[in-house]
Design a protein around this ligand. Structure first.
Ligand SMILES: [Zn+2]
Length: 219
């Protein structure tokens, strides 16, 4: 955050957004028919994307999706609280996606270098009484599993991110609409991991229990 201002007294961060908006308006005019069709029809997104709030991990960029294609839930560390947890945001999005939008594929996408997942591994962990501290509790199972498995230190970060994605896949199944959809073969759940350093997406392959490049799987 900065309070730096330009010569007209406009906050530089806001100015950046204003300039981007100006460019967007030009793009909107060029593609007016497309945007009009979005505005006049119900949305029909292809995927429910549950990802991290991290500003460097942009779902529509990674998948090259157009507006209207991804129904997104983003929160710190791409958490799916179990259905009985004290959180409504993720459960409401799941219900809306499945029951109202008819989405039949859910992607949980974690990423390397996730600050949310690193939080509990740091010496100064957030206070458990704070919003952040309570939210970080949803990452605890992955940390516990990796600690119990005695993963070598240099592999711990990646192993935690991967384990965390799989725990969120499990948590998705605590929602009746999801569990029923999966049981009937109507809904697919996909555990993915975006590798920020290389731009690759790894997908979890249930058959082999391994993570593979998305393009090498039938996930
Ligand atoms: Zn993250």
């Amino acid at each position: 955050m900065t309070t730096a201002k330009d010569a007209n007294g406009i906050d530089l961060d806001i100015k950046d957004a204003m300039e981007g908006y100006e460019r967007f308006r030009l793009a909107f005019e060029r593609d007016r028919a497309f945007y009009k069709s979005l505005a006049t029809r119900q949305q029909t997104p292809r995927l429910l994307w549950i990802g991290c709030s991290d500003s460097r991990v942009v779902p529509s960029q990674i998948t090259q999706a157009d507006p209207g294609e991804l129904f997104e839930v983003r929160n710190i560390a791409n958490c799916v609280p179990p259905s009985w947890a004290d959180d409504e945001a993720v459960g409401a999005a799941i219900a809306y996606a499945l029951d109202h939008l008819g989405i039949d594929d859910i992607v949980i996408c974690g990423h390397t270098g996730c600050g949310g997942l690193a939080a509990l591994a740091e010496p100064m962990t957030p206070k458990c009484t704070s919003h952040l501290g309570r939210w970080m509790d949803y990452t605890r199972p992955a940390h516990r599993l990796v600690a119990a498995a005695r993963v070598p230190e240099e592999e711990r970060g990646l192993a935690t991110v991967q384990a965390h994605v799989l725990f969120q896949v499990d948590n998705l199944m605590t929602y009746e609409a999801v569990a029923q959809g999966v049981a009937e073969g109507r809904v697919g759940i996909h555990g993915w991991l975006y590798v920020m350093e290389t731009g690759e997406i790894q997908a979890y392959d249930r058959e082999s229990g391994h993570w593979r490049d998305l393009l090498a799987t039938a996930n």
